[in-house]
Design a protein around this ligand. Structure first.
Ligand code: NAP
Length: 321
């Protein structure tokens, strides 16, 4: 810990936003302390990129890079510049006192002058057999078409997209560039998506809608070969041969531990009161990456806001915060 056990900068989370904040914070001599997360079934240190096979849209990697490898690079770069890391979650915060107080899953009490919240968001999954295994092994199941959709093995395949919101329409439209056909599987007979996105998707001759259907199983050993769907009206099951599945049923920000301590939007994401600033409603507490971004959700935009958060923290401290 820094002098008098008061940290200059504590970063909560270890995706692109958290590590970028650490790199900038460390290079500004703030000696940041990162709580990278303890890990669970659906969330591991490194964030959503740890579930991404190939990252092909992060500038600087013309041949692409594996998601896990990329996060190791981020982490190693932060550690090279005097970043300390605990593999624990932050479970409680008190931002009503200064310095701020944070408590970790390992029982540590930390005091901090500034905090960067970078705990990200989790894609929602269906929770059906085969899904998690094939998503984690890069077996053609993904929650992000923009991240994975252009991979060669999805080309000229029949691709399933699950969901009826704007994300599902966007992913379905995106996949029409590569797939021979896109099947949108929706649990009702009415879309939730905005009119304009609905109209675009309905107008595409490559997209077919399967109404009142839920996926009950993902089939395939090494790679997805099909899905079993159930009709929500008749209860009948049928198997469909597909060469990929994208789950687009929403995201949940990891903000449960922040409820009542910083302003959150109705959808649970951290609210940032000033455009182009990462400071929350609590001076000295900043938020970066998917925990505050329900719009772009990209690794590169998360890294960018991690940089912004560290620079703002540095300025906050320089002005006696
Ligand atoms: P969303 O609007 O919450 O839609 C989620 C969809 O998934 C709904 O159709 C829902 O079905 C379905 N769903 C949820 N849980 C399910 C489950 N367990 N099994 C099967 N289906 C399930 O989420 P989103 O599409 O990610 O959009 C989130 C926000 O971002 C929205 O405000 C959206 O407008 C915005 N967004 C905008 C754009 C754009 O404008 N281009 C693009 C992406 C996102 P029900 O309809 O039956 O509830």
């Amino acid at each position: 810990m820094s002098d008098n056990s008061i940290e200059n900068l504590v970063i909560v989370g270890s995706g692109p936003a958290g590590w970028t904040a650490a790199i900038y914070g460390a290079r500004a001599n703030l000696s940041p302390l990162v709580f990278e997360g303890a890990g669970s079934r659906t969330m591991i240190p490194g964030g959503q990129l740890m579930f991404t096979t190939d990252v092909e849209n992060y500038p600087g990697f013309p041949e692409g890079i594996g998601g896990i490898e990329m996060m190791m690079h981020f982490k190693n770069q932060a550690i090279r510049f005097d970043t300390r890391v605990f593999t624990e979650d932050i479970t409680e915060v008190d931002f009503s006192v200064r310095p701020f107080r944070l408590r970790s899953s390992g029982g540590q009490e930390v005091r901090a002058r500034t905090v960067v919240l970078a705990t990200g968001a989790n894609a929602r999954w269906l929770g059906v057999p085969g899904e998690e295994r094939l998503a984690q092994s890069g077996g053609g199941v993904s929650a992000c078409a923009v991240c994975d959709g252009a991979l060669p093995f999805f080309r000229s395949q029949v691709i399933a997209v699950v969901g009826g919101g704007d994300s599902a329409m966007e992913e379905a439209l995106y996949m029409t560039k590569f797939a021979s056909q896109v099947l949108v599987i929706h649990r009702r007979d009415e879309l939730r998506a905005s009119r304009i996105m609905q109209d675009r998707a309905l107008a595409s001759d490559k997209i077919r809608f399967l109404w009142n259907k839920v996926v009950v199983e993902v089939l395939g050993d090494e790679f997805i070969t099909g899905i079993r769907v159930r009709d929500t009206v008749t209860g009948e099951d049928s198997a469909l041969a597909v060469g990929g599945m994208f789950v687009a049923i929403g995201h949940d920000p990891n903000t449960a531990f922040l409820r009542g301590h910083v302003d959150l939007k109705d959808n649970g994401y951290v609210r940032l009161p000033i455009p182009w600033r990462t400071e929350t409603n609590v001076p000295g507490v900043f938020a970066a990456g998917d925990v505050m971004d329900d719009f772009y959700r990209q690794a590169v935009s998360a890294a960018g806001t991690g940089c912004m958060a560290a620079l703002e923290a540095e300025r906050f401290l320089a002005h006696g915060g």
